[in-house]
Ligand binder design. Structure first.
Ligand SMILES: *Cc1c(COP(=O)(O)O)cnc(C)c1O
Length: 416
């Protein structure tokens, strides 16, 4: 065979030839990309030329940032940077192995002890991300003989984690406890399932509403359900920082408390907090823990510092809530529909998809970065620009953002 030539399905391919057998993929991609673009659903990514702080820089332009999950501003906190740098000097940049071989540094153990104390549980286990955590934890206990009752608005990683477990997935209407009860009763009485789990986000990130955990726990007790709360948006925000479960005083009633280290805690990673037996089981049976390299030392040290900061003071949480309230009050006073958020997450509901996107683009042109979120992420006709204030925003930044909102609202005829 000549150089630069090889065979695919018996056809001799030379450099420069079209590879016939990849046409299926090429046309699949072309068709679907064009379809997304024609519907305005193709997401273009703007790289930041700055840190993801309260003001960001994109293509040379400074923008007030209302789109990060860096709720407490910890992603750029000097104390975390210092802790990470010191850990890198001592342990290097990588953990070098998966946790169960020899990638467990003393830092990982310390992080897990801190997380358990922070969450008021017996034990905790850290993963490489919150997404990873849901891949790990659900399928470690649930399988094809089981059923999972899942809120219809649960996060994508919960949905994928449920699928991976091969359990029967039974959706219930968003935060509708009567529907949950009916589905739990049906599942229980069918006798088809060995175990039944109920699974929900703690805080729903599209509307900022809080799961009805007290009612959910009562239903779980009545029907013997395993309880699983993914509190990615509640940790650091509710319950003196410990999250939604603590907010309701239910720390000993929820079997799985999932959290992320990537949002309010400002770094990267995820965790499960719960009873010691559960965590022991996850350490021997959850696949990302066994087969994916441990979190790097610098990140772990930064996470430990973040938890120390949250444990010792509520100053950042207080500032986050104050900023959230300023933004909500301001947008409402201007005449915008801000939905019914119970947390600092502040949607500004515009409605029609194209108009929502145009609104977000005008905000951008004037100096506010707030992403449009439209169908299919939220129901049709409820397109919104979602605002995520943080503890790091100053009153002047919020005032400026509100002034820009007023200008764009009037210019586009949304405000009278
Ligand atoms: C963001 C989010 C995750 C993913 O967390 P990462 O640490 O970013 O991977 C998981 N679950 C929920 C509910 C989330 O909002």
């Amino acid at each position: 065979m000549q150089e630069n030539a090889f065979r695919i399905s018996g056809t001799l391919i030379k450099g420069g030839d079209v590879i016939v057998s990849s046409n299926v993929l090429a046309s699949f991609l072309k068709e679907n990309l064009e379809d997304l673009k024609s519907k305005g659903l193709y997401n273009v990514i703007d790289p930041l030329e700055s840190s993801n702080g309260p003001v960001i820089k994109i293509a040379g332009q400074e923008l007030i940032n209302l789109s990060s999950n860096n709720y407490l501003g910890l992603a750029t906190d000097p104390r975390l940077k210092e802790a990470a740098t010191a850990a890198i000097q001592k342990y290097g940049v990588g953990a070098g192995a998966v946790r169960t071989i020899n990638g467990t540094l003393e830092l990982h153990v310390k992080l897990e002890e801190k997380l358990a104390a922070f969450k008021h549980t017996q034990a905790a286990i850290a993963y490489q991300s919150g997404f990873n955590c849901n891949m790990a934890a659900i399928s470690a206990v649930m399988d094809k003989d089981d059923a999972i009752l899942s809120d219809e608005l649960n996060h994508a990683s919960i949905i994928d984690g449920c699928r991976l477990s091969r359990a029967k997935i039974i959706g219930f209407k968003h935060s509708d406890m009567a529907d949950l009860r009916a589905k739990a009763q049906q599942a229980k009485e069918s006798g088809l399932y060995k175990k039944i789990m109920v699974i929900t986000d703690g805080v729903f990130s599209m509307d900022g509403d809080i799961a009805k955990l007290p009612e959910m726990v009562a239903i779980a007790e009545e029907y013997d359900l395993i309880t699983y709360v993914d509190d990615a948006h509640g940790s650091g925000v509710l319950g003196q920082g410990a999250g939604t479960v603590k907010h309701f005083g239910l720390s000993d009633k929820i079997d799985f408390q999932i959290g992320t280290l990537s949002k309010a805690l400002g770094v990267i990673g995820g965790y499960v907090a719960g009873k010691k037996d559960l965590i022991d089981w996850l350490k021997v049976r959850s696949r990302p823990f066994l087969f994916s390299t441990a979190l790097p030392p610098g990140d772990v040290a930064a996470c430990i510092m973040a938890i120390d900061i949250l444990t010792n003071s509520t100053e950042l949480q207080n500032r986050l809530w104050e900023n959230g309230n300023t933004l909500k009050k301001g947008l409402k006073a201007l005449g915008f529909n801000i939905g019914s958020s119970q947390t600092p997450i502040t949607p500004c509901i515009i409605g029609e998809e194209k108009q929502t996107q145009a609104f977000s683009k005008r905000l951008y042109a004037k100096g506010v970065y707030a992403k449009a979120i439209v169908f299919p992420t939220v129901p049709k006709g409820t397109g919104r620009v979602r605002n995520m204030p943080t503890a790091a925003h100053t009153p002047e930044m919020l005032e400026r953002a509100l002034a820009i909102y007023a200008e764009v609202g009037k210019e586009m005829g949304i405000l009278s």
